[in-house]
Design a protein. Structure first.
Length: 220
């Protein structure tokens, strides 16, 4: 991917700067200011792992500023970027793990609830189960995950904090051979603190070969 910026005075390498933009979008940030603030919240270890350069004469790794991100987006050759992404996607075809979302929807007038496993990419459901009412979403979801008809091998299952339960995590990883990304809220302070400790210094969305990390299958 060609860097459209002049070499003189360049403080942020191209690939890590684009990665910060991508991570911000994946984290749900909707505008450039939010993405820039997201970048500033990356730890020093994360910035170093992404490949950002340290400030001259120090061990401090600055995050790209709003001006830097904006100038890069304006100068970027979008056709070249699209070509790079297309070639990478083609090279990874069939190798990337499936990604499924576990979600429940209340039927109108509180007649019940439908829990679905759907493809992240297109929203197509791959498995469904009905619950008698909204309060039964969690046990119904666990029943769905436990079903012999549901194959989660090498799949990543995402779900909201309602499903942040030991039984759900074990069903996905130990019984079905998948991975999970479950939301955590402050009503589970111990889980939240343990997750923060585990992920401290880890590069966002990049695996660490020396550790299974939260949400991974146990090492063989």
């Amino acid at each position: 991917m060609p860097d459209p910026r002049r070499a003189q005075g360049k403080c942020y390498p191209l690939a890590p700067t684009l990665t910060v933009l991508a991570l911000g979008l994946l984290a749900g940030k909707m505008d450039l200011a939010e993405i820039q603030r997201f970048g500033t919240r990356l730890s020093q270890a994360q910035r170093k792992a992404l490949g950002l350069w340290p400030k001259k004469g120090t061990r401090f790794y600055p995050a790209p500023t709003y001006t830097v991100l904006r100038a890069l987006l304006i100068a970027l050759d979008l056709n070249a970027l699209a070509d790079v992404l297309t070639r990478w996607l083609q090279a990874q075809a069939g190798r990337l793990p499936a990604s499924l979302a576990l979600d429940g929807k209340t039927i109108r007038d509180h007649l019940g609830c439908i829990i679905s496993l759907v493809e992240h990419e297109d929203g197509v459901p791959v498995a469904l189960i009905a619950a008698p009412n909204k309060g039964h979403e969690l046990p119904a979801a666990q029943k769905l995950l436990r079903s012999a008809a549901v194959n989660l091998l090498d799949c990543v299952v995402t779900a909201d904090p309602l499903h942040c339960q030991t039984e759900t995590a074990q069903l996905i990883t130990q019984e079905k051979g998948g991975d999970y990304a479950l939301g955590v809220k402050d009503n589970q302070p111990t889980v939240r603190q343990n997750a923060q400790k585990k992920l401290a210094g880890a590069t966002p969305l990049l695996s660490r070969s020396s550790s299974t990390g939260a949400g991974s299958k146990p090492a063989p």
